[in-house]
Design a protein around this ligand. Structure first.
Ligand code: SAH
Length: 260
């Protein structure tokens, strides 16, 4: 299988050195599962100063990225038939785990990073999708781009040691993950729940289902509110109902349900 290509158009390619120091991502780079191709926007700038930005028409604060350098950079990238161009902008759709899952079936993602006050409106025509990392404003699109590269890479086959660990995670289904413990059994008088060392796998599974539901209701009930039959979900029901219940409620959302 060929590498998954990330092509990033950025004024700050050095920022992406961080990716090479992130464990799982470093391994994916070493194993050629991914390639991160950085396209320095400055090299596509105008004139002898390699100008990439200019004052906004109509006045106002700050500088706006010009369209021509970004278009030239985008045109210079060889595109595969399974490629998508994403524009980083706080005005975009907020990134979700299911986007990363969907994009992991592509083999190339081109990411355009804005800077300063943003980019000329005409840059939007290059984008298949406009993506925001969240409802806050950063100084540039580099951190959002790295988040996408990081989150998507760990979904690629061969990246994580244990692919099972992907299934249980928060946001793979509308439930948050159950609490996790490792050794020591007692730490600062806080004890690991006895059930986890009981060796009773059926009971452990039920406990995890129950905790997942409790946790989601406590912290993020917005994740399950809209789901049929789930508004009245309570821990008693979790104990009574079988795994099938979860399967039938959640499966259509993400294609699989947690492997408790
Ligand atoms: N004036 C712009 C914000 C510019 S921030 C506006 O109000 O929409 C500068 C650049 O940082 C943006 O062009 C974008 O590429 C990036 N950026 C900032 N916040 C972001 C976010 N939440 N998600 C994705 N990209 C973001």
């Amino acid at each position: 299988m060929g590498s998954f290509n990330f092509d990033v158009i950025t004024l700050f390619p050095k920022a992406f050195e961080l990716l090479d120091n992130l464990g799982v991502i470093t391994r994916a780079l070493e194993k050629n599962l991914i390639r991160v191709n950085l396209h320095n926007l400055r090299e596509f700038g105008e004139g002898s100063y390699k100008q990439v930005d200019d004052k906004p028409y109509g006045g106002g604060a700050g500088m706006v990225l010009k369209p021509e350098p970004i278009y030239r950079a985008h045109e210079s990238i060889i595109k595969s038939s399974k490629s998508k161009t994403l524009l980083m902008t706080p005005q975009g759709r907020v990134l979700k785990q299911k986007d990363l899952l969907e994009w992991s079936n592509l083999d190339q993602i081109i990411i355009i990073c804005g800077q300063y006050e943003g980019f000329d409106e005409r840059v939007r025509h290059l984008a298949d999708e406009e993506i925001s990392l969240g409802d806050y404003v950063l100084s540039g699109g580099e951190i959002p781009a790295m988040s996408i590269i990081n989150g998507l890479t760990r979904l690629l086959p061969g990246t994580l040691g244990d692919p099972e660990s992907l299934l249980n995670e928060s946001h793979n289904c509308p439930l948050l993950e159950y609490p996790q413990y490792t050794r020591p059994f007692v730490f600062k008088e806080m004890k690991v729940p006895d059930i986890l060392v009981s060796g009773n796998h059926k009971e452990i599974k039920l406990w995890r289902m129950q905790k997942s539901v409790e946790r989601t209701l406590e912290r993020r009930d917005d994740l399950i509110k809209s789901k049929k039959n789930l508004t009245s979900l309570n821990t008693q029901r979790v104990k009574q109902e079988s795994e099938e219940f979860f399967k039938s409620n959640f499966e259509d959302d993400y294609g699989f349900y947690p492997n408790w």
